[in-house]
Write a protein that binds this ligand. Structure first.
Ligand code: GUN
Length: 291
């Protein structure tokens, strides 16, 4: 049996962050503020339904207000934009999350553009995307969660080689900017990058967000590397059983210094960071009122 890599336990780190958010929510209550998160789900995508159910449950668990809007798959663009406008104006809503993907008839970019950047707890609005590159703004939840996991084990990022596999707006691009901000030497790659295994092998920090089960094999990983597996892929194994696997072949990664498991790694961090961003947005609103 192959040696397993030490596990960087996202559930434990997320529980810690969630407890801190709950304390912050209790503190905000003294100012008469209950942070509110509006979640908009359009259609019946099964994975989105699972994610939204978890987000709503965690929001309530920390004492925040959860406002759910479920719309049919046939919803048109104008209807969705009107809803976004209403939640933008609602003083009890401090954070807004429109679950992606949206049905094909809806222009997702136009919907994200319509969200008030101060309530954009996903960090997907162009204003927050721009702020990320110069510092500040609301940071997308999954990249923020990746950085918090890395902070558990790395105290000085300066000069480390970080390789990101994946170039999405949700994970790859923002996590690359965050690593650059810590003065890593960052290489952003994707599934079509030539010589990807050799590039990955140079990484002290390897962040994999390619959406490709088992893409990263053992010989892509430098001994002693820290590997953050962002992939969440549902596969059916040879016995016909369905299970979640990451983008890293975990059973070949025993020589990594640390590996985030799937499930139980980055996933719980994404939700904890969503709660943290919502509490931050509520606090920023309170500061604006006081000013
Ligand atoms: N779909 C997959 N990941 C995300 C996310 O982080 N936020 C939203 N809104 N939708 C998603």
């Amino acid at each position: 049996m192959a040696r397993a890599a030490p596990i960087l336990d996202g559930r434990a780190v997320a529980a810690d962050l969630t407890a801190r958010v709950a304390a912050d929510v209790a503190d905000l209550a003294a100012w008469g503020v209950t942070p509110g998160l509006a979640v908009v789900l359009v259609g019946e995508d099964p994975a989105s339904q699972v994610y939204v159910r978890r987000k709503v449950a965690e929001t309530r668990r920390v004492g925040m207000r959860s406002i759910e809007h479920r719309l049919p798959a046939s919803t048109d663009q104008d209807t969705l934009l009107r809803l976004v406008d209403a939640v933008n104006r609602d003083p009890e809503v401090h954070g807004i999350l429109v679950q992606l993907p949206l049905p094909a008839q809806i222009d997702a970019a136009a919907v994200l553009d319509a969200i008030d950047p101060r309530k954009d707890v996903d960090g997907f609005h162009p204003v927050n995307v721009g702020r990320l590159s110069i510092g500040g703004g609301l940071i997308p939840c999954t990249p923020l969660g990746c950085m918090m996991l890395l902070d558990q084990i790395i105290s000085d990022f300066r000069g480390l080689n970080a390789v990101v596999i994946g170039k999405s707006n949700i994970v790859g691009k923002p996590v690359a900017l965050l690593l650059l901000d810590r003065e890593c030497t960052v290489t952003v790659t994707h599934i079509l990058t030539r010589g990807l295994p050799e590039i990955a092998r140079r990484a002290d920090i390897l962040v994999v967000a390619a959406g490709s089960p088992g893409l990263v094999r053992g010989d892509w990983i430098k001994p002693g590397a820290v590997v953050i597996d962002v992939g969440i892929n549902r596969i059916t194994d040879a016995n016909g059983k369905s299970r979640l696997v990451g983008d890293v072949a975990a059973d070949e990664a025993g020589h990594a210094a640390w590996l985030t498991p799937v499930p139980g790694g980055v996933g719980p961090m994404t939700i904890a960071c969503l709660l943290s961003n919502t509490a931050s947005a509520a606090r920023a609103g309170l500061r604006r009122q006081a000013a």
